[in-house]
Design a protein around this ligand. Structure first.
Ligand code: SF4
Ligand code: SF4
Length: 313
């Protein structure tokens, strides 16, 4: 099978922060990138590779091996930013996009400002986790605006829901009321984005990330068995090249018949997905979430709304 266009490569579980809501599960056998997998990548190079951990900056030797093996790929890494300054020349040289985590919460659970070292870095994307206590999109956008004044350029934030995957992060689980509020806020801000664009042709940067997360989903066209995390365009692999439906909770492995493997998982988790009218956008939501029903309800309402109101900008 030809390598999908994008690969997300899980380097290992080591991290230098201990964020309270993290999904990460420790790995017991971390031996670095296997030569066999490097040879596979050389034979069949993907177009893009995103490095994930744990904290990928703790695995720079492994990253360098992959970059040498597939120098033509586009690279990105998902990082908390600690210690990034000493790697910036290398990352710039190889055109890395830096996906930085910043939640914009009133009390930052990470306790670290990721932007300080990135003032001049050209290609930065921001990933924001929405969790119980951090669901006020207006307040989050306001905090982004304060950051923008410091770094001198605009930032779009790409929000992700917190998925309840263990007892520690259950404390931050989005409640039914949080989901209801998020649904109304999405409608409000994405609605504002759309009406300004339709009336004046203005793409309002403040709301663009919110709009784009939905717009990209509307173009995903998942078929049953594909998920947001593992689909025909995106494979999640560990350092040995093993594929998984989820990189954080690696209980299930995917074989050559990966689509059938994922269909089996979905059939067991959420039989309604097979007939769902928004499956093409949703892809079954987070398949390891312990609050899948709540996520499903939110996704169904949001994607149904977007299909009706928002798919044409
Ligand atoms: S909205 Fe619910 S039923 Fe529909 S695909 Fe997503 S998780 Fe499955
Ligand atoms: S299944 Fe996907 S969304 Fe859910 S925890 Fe794993 S990587 Fe995240």
């Amino acid at each position: 099978m030809a390598e999908p266009r994008k690969v997300t490569l899980y380097l290992g579980s080591q991290c230098n922060l201990h964020c309270a809501y993290c999904h990460r599960e420790a790995s017991s056998d971390e031996q670095g990138i296997s030569n066999k997998f490097l040879e596979e990548l050389k034979r069949n190079p993907p177009g893009a590779i995103k490095f994930m951990g744990g904290e990928p900056l703790l695995y720079m030797d492994e990253i360098r091996k992959v970059v040498r093996a597939v120098p033509g790929a586009k690279f990105s890494l998902s990082t908390n930013g600690i210690g990034i300054a000493k790697h910036l020349d290398y990352l710039r040289q190889h055109g890395f996009q830096i996906c930085i985590s910043y939640d914009g919460a009133e009390k930052d659970l990470r306790g670290y400002d990721p932007f300080t070292d990135l003032l001049d870095y050209p290609n930065v994307a921001v990933s924001t986790t929405l969790y119980h206590g951090n669901t006020d999109l207006g307040a989050i956008m306001e905090r982004f605006r304060e950051k923008e004044k410091v770094i001198g350029r605009s930032l779009s934030f790409f929000p992700h829901l917190l998925h309840v995957t263990n007892e520690a992060n259950r404390k931050y689980a989005l409640t039914e009321a949080d989901y209801d509020s998020l649904l109304e806020q999405y409608k409000k801000y994405v609605g504002l984005y759309l009406s300004r664009f339709r009336r004046f042709g203005i793409r309002d940067k403040r709301y663009e990330g919110l709009y784009q997360t939905l717009e990209r989903r509307s173009k995903a066209h998942y078929t049953y068995g594909e998920t947001y995390c593992s689909n025909r365009k995106l494979r999640k692999v560990d350092a040995k090249g093993q594929s998984y439906p989820c990189l954080y909770i690696r209980k299930e492995k995917l074989g050559k018949e990966w689509l059938n493997d994922q269909k089996r998982l979905l059939d067991a988790l959420s039989p309604a997905c097979r007939q769902c009218p928004v499956y093409d956008m949703c892809g079954g939501a987070c398949i390891v979430s312990k609050e899948h029903e709540l996520e499903c309800r939110f996704c169904k309402a949001l994607y149904t709304w977007f299909k009706k109101e928002g798919s044409q900008p």
